[in-house]
Each structure stands twice: as structure tokens, then as C-alpha cells.
Design a binder for this molecule. Structure first.
Ligand SMILES: [Zn+2]
Length: 273
């Protein structure tokens, strides 16, 4: 029996409700069954909380735009591709998706480079993508990037459509993990969390900090939940082993200190011994 078949008999833990009742995140996480931490084939999907792998047997490994922001860091991009290609536990598929905010950021950043006549940098990015001109929409850019990443790492490619009832973001936090962790065990009903598994995939502190900051900005923007829920706290939920937890907590704390979030971002840590 697969893990997901097992899961049908498991009720996800409502982490937000537990925390509202005053139960510490670390204590609430003790109730998550062990099977949530078992390794299973993954989907490298966008961090976007509206999307999960369409194949219900795959575990989500989130990165903003599947790592599209790495286009602007040649060294880390090449390192990421090289490591992913030979990773024995690499995801089974890499998926782009409709209405990707991270692809939008990358699209705007490339347009800015073009406007500034940074020809060499634009040429480098286009060469990586295998294109000679910028696609007409950010979603097309996201597809081109994701297909290229899949090709370079010998991983199957997929595309996820946005279902109409999920038009709006509703994320209450970000699951920040470097472990095999199946987020379905803590996502209940309409709740959404962004997912950042970048640490698991070997990304740098600086990249992770940028990713968490950009995702938090989406949550606080006009399309995000925090933009319409003034009294709520946005949770950075660190789930890691002792060594990783110290590192990820430190990165997450730096995000909470960003004044644009007005002290409404808090780090919660669950250490897995
Ligand atoms: Zn996205």
C-alpha cells in the first residue's frame, strides 16, 4: 500500500488551529505521523500554495518558480542544475504552472536588464533558456525555463493549470524544510502554505532568504491573504533536524526583521531528532 493510500485514513493536523489554541508548533508537529517524513517520489513545483502535484502520489518539493530566480545568479544556477542532475533522490517531475508570480518577477527583471542594455547578461540568460528573444508573457517564460531545467536534469516535465476556485492566494505561512516532509499532513481545508524545500535541494543561505522574502511579499501584497487580514501573523514554519534547524531559523529570522512586514512575520521551529 502506498503512503498516500495510507493517508486517506489520516486526518491532517490543523497546525494553525492548534497554534491559535496556544499549542506550540513543535508540540503540534509531534502529532504528525511518522509516515509524513518517509521518502517518496517528489514533484519540484512552485512554492505557490495554490498548487500541488496533480499526481497524488508525489510529494511537493517547493521552490519559487521552480528556481527561476536563479537565472540571475550564474554560478548558483549552474551548481543547482549540476547537483539536481546527479541527485539520487531527485524529484520525479518538474512542473511549471499558470499565473506564476515568480515567473513574473523574473520576466520583469529580464526586461529591466534589456532596458539597461546589459547585453552580456541578457545573452547569458537567453543561452541558458535556449531562446533568442524574450517570450511575450511571464507564464511563457516560466514554461520555457521549466522545460529547460527538466531537460538539463533528465527529469520529466509537467504543467499545472489554475483551477478557478483557487484564483486568489490564501497562504498563512511558508513551510521551510530541508527534510522529506509531506505537507499534506498539515494542510487542512482551505488553508494554504507556501512550500520552500530549497534547503533540501542544496541552495545557499542568500538564495533561501531571497525566496522567503519574495514569497512573504506575495502574501502581504494585494493578491495575498495578509493584505486583507490585518490582525494575522504570517508563519515561517521551519521543519528540520537539529543542525538544519539552526541554519534555517537564522535565515528565517532575517526575513522577519525586514521592516516592510511590520513585525507580522514570526518563525516557528519543529526540530526532528
Ligand atoms: Zn509560481
Amino acid at each position: 500500500m502506498s503512503k498516500f493510500e495510507n493517508m486517506e485514513n489520516q486526518n491532517p493536523i490543523n497546525i494553525l488551529a492548534k497554534m491559535e489554541q496556544g499549542i506550540a508548533f513543535s508540540a503540534a508537529m509531534q502529532e504528525v505521523p511518522e509516515v509524513a517524513f518517509a521518502h517518496q517520489p517528489g514533484c519540484l513545483c512552485c512554492s505557490d500554495g495554490r498548487f500541488s502535484p496533480s499526481d497524488a502520489t508525489l510529494e511537493k518539493e517547493g521552490m519559487a518558480g521552480q528556481g527561476i530566480l536563479l537565472l540571475f545568479n550564474e554560478v548558483e544556477l549552474n551548481d543547482f542544475v549540476a547537483k539536481l542532475k546527479i541527485n539520487p533522490e531527485k524529484p520525479q517531475i518538474i512542473a511549471s504552472h499558470e499565473a506564476c508570480g515568480a515567473a513574473g518577477l523574473a520576466f520583469d527583471a529580464i526586461k529591466k536588464l534589456m532596458a539597461e542594455n546589459q547585453d552580456e547578461e541578457v545573452a547569458r540568460i537567453f543561452a541558458f533558456l535556449g531562446i533568442s528573444q524574450l517570450p511575450t508573457t511571464s507564464d511563457e517564460l516560466g514554461v520555457v525555463y521549466t522545460k529547460q531545467l527538466a531537460k538539463l536534469t533528465n527529469i520529466d516535465y509537467a504543467h499545472l493549470e489554475l483551477s478557478p476556485e483557487k484564483e486568489h492566494h490564501n497562504e498563512s505561512g511558508i513551510i521551510v524544510t530541508d527534510l522529506d516532509f509531506d505537507e499534506r499532513f498539515i494542510v487542512t481545508g482551505e488553508q494554504q502554505f507556501f512550500n520552500s524545500a530549497s534547503a533540501k535541494l542544496g541552495l545557499s543561505d542568500e538564495y533561501i532568504k531571497t525566496e522567503l522574502t519574495e514569497l512573504t511579499k506575495i502574501a502581504f501584497g494585494s493578491h495575498g491573504r495578509m493584505g486583507h487580514h490585518d490582525n494575522e501573523i504570517f508563519h515561517l514554519l521551519v521543519i528540520s533536524n537539529p543542525a538544519g534547524a539552526a541554519r534555517l531559523s537564522s535565515i528565517a529570522e532575517q526575513v522577519t526583521n525586514n521592516q516592510i512586514f511590520s513585525g507580522r512575520v514570526k518563525v516557528e521551529v519543529a526540530v526532528r531528532e
